[in-house]
Ligand binder design. Structure first.
Ligand code: BT5
Length: 272
C-alpha cells in the first residue's frame, strides 16, 4: 500500500478545509514533507498548504533525530500556516496541534490515544506518532509555521531506531489499536481538517482553547519523570502543563517549570 491516492485525499476534505487550502501535494517518496514546505512560498495569513507522503528518505524529528517511515508503513503529513502577526506563544503550538491530531483520529473512531509532552502521540504506552513544528519565516508582520506529523499505521516488526531513541518504551501502529484501520487517504483528510482548525483556533485564542483538553489526555500526568536540562537534572512527578505549555514537575519541594522544547527554527540550532 505504498501509493497514496491524491484524488481520494482531495475528496475526503471538508468544505472548511478546501476554502482555506492553497495547495495540496501528495508524494510517494520525498526527503521530508516538512523540509519541502519550508522551501515553498508561504501561504497568505489565515491560509494553509499541505504536503503528504507515503514515506520519507530523510524524515526528521527534533534535535536532528530521525523519523523512520518505511514504504507503506504510515503517513507523513505537513501543514504550513501563516499567522498574521508575530507571536510569543509558538512553543505551545505543538501541544495544540497534538490536541487537534487526537481529535482528527477520534473523528475516525480511533480511541485510546493520549499526549506525551511535548510532541508525542501515544497509544498502548508507545509512540504512535510524533509532531515537529518549525518556523518557516518570521520576517515582516506575519509568521509562517510548518507542523508535520508522522503517524505509524502498519510498521514492520524489525524497525531499528538505533541508539538515538529517547523513547524508553516502544513504537506502536494504528493496526495494533484499531479493529478497522481507515484508508490512509481518509486519515489524511481528517488530519488536514483537524490540524487546520487547530491552527486557526490557536491563531484566534492561543493555547487557552486547548489546555483543558490537553490536561485530560496528558499521558505523563502523575508519573515520576526525570528531565535532563543543560546544567541540571530534575526528577519529580509530572503535574500537567502551564498556561504557556510549559511542563510542570512537582519535585516535592517545589513546582518546577520546563519550557516547551518543541520549536525548532529552520537552519538554526535548536534553542530548547
Ligand atoms: C518526533 O521527533 O517525534 C517528530 C517526528 C515528526 C515526523 C514528521 S513526518 C512529517 C514531517 N516531516 C519530517 O521530516 N518530520 C515530520 P522526536 O520527538 O525527536 O522523536 C524522534 C525519535 O522517535 C527518534 O529518535 C526515534 O527514537 C523515534 N522514532 C523514529 N521513527 C519512529 C517511528 N516511526 N515510530 C516511533 N518512534 C520513532
Amino acid at each position: 500500500m505504498s501509493k497514496l491516492n491524491a484524488g481520494l485525499v482531495q475528496t475526503s476534505l471538508a468544505e472548511a478545509s478546501i476554502a482555506r487550502l492553497d495547495q495540496l501535494e501528495v508524494f510517494g517518496s520525498i526527503a521530508s514533507t516538512n523540509t519541502h514546505l519550508l522551501t515553498q512560498p508561504a501561504p497568505a495569513a489565515g491560509r494553509f498548504r499541505v504536503a503528504i507522503a507515503d514515506h520519507q528518505t530523510s524524515g526528521r524529528g527534533r534535535h536532528n533525530r530521525r523519523w523512520l517511515s518505511p514504504p507503506g508503513s504510515g503517513l507523513c503529513l505537513s501543514l504550513a500556516y501563516t499567522f498574521a502577526a508575530q507571536r510569543e506563544d509558538l512553543p505551545a503550538l505543538t501541544l495544540a496541534l497534538g490536541v487537534g491530531i487526537l481529535g482528527g483520529l477520534q473523528s475516525l473512531d480511533v480511541g485510546g490515544i493520549s499526549l506525551k509532552w511535548p510532541n508525542d502521540i501515544v497509544a498502548l504506552d508507545g509512540k504512535l506518532g510524533g509532531v515537529l513544528t518549525e518556523v518557516q519565516s518570521g520576517i515582516g508582520a506575519g509568521v509562517t509555521v510548518v507542523t508535520g506529523i508522522g503517524l505509524n499505521i502498519d510498521l514492520p516488526d524489525d524497525l531499528d531506531f538505533g541508539l538515538e531513541s529517547d523513547w524508553a518504551l516502544r513504537s506502536v501502529d494504528l493496526k495494533s489499536i484499531a479493529a478497522d484501520v481507515p484508508e490512509r487517504e481518509l486519515i489524511a483528510g481528517a488530519l488536514i481538517g483537524s490540524m487546520h482548525v487547530a491552527m486557526a483556533t490557536f491563531d484566534a485564542q492561543g493555547f487557552d482553547a486547548f489546555i483543558e483538553s490537553w490536561q485530560r489526555h496528558d499521558w505523563l500526568r502523575g508519573k515520576e519523570i526525570t528531565v535532563d536540562l543543560l546544567e541540571q537534572r530534575i526528577t519529580g512527578i509530572a503535574a500537567g502543563v502551564d498556561a504557556d505549555g510549559a511542563l510542570i514537575i512537582d519535585t516535592g519541594e517545589e513546582r518546577t517549570r520546563v519550557i516547551s522544547g518543541s520549536i525548532v527554527v529552520a537552519n538554526l540550532v535548536d534553542k530548547a
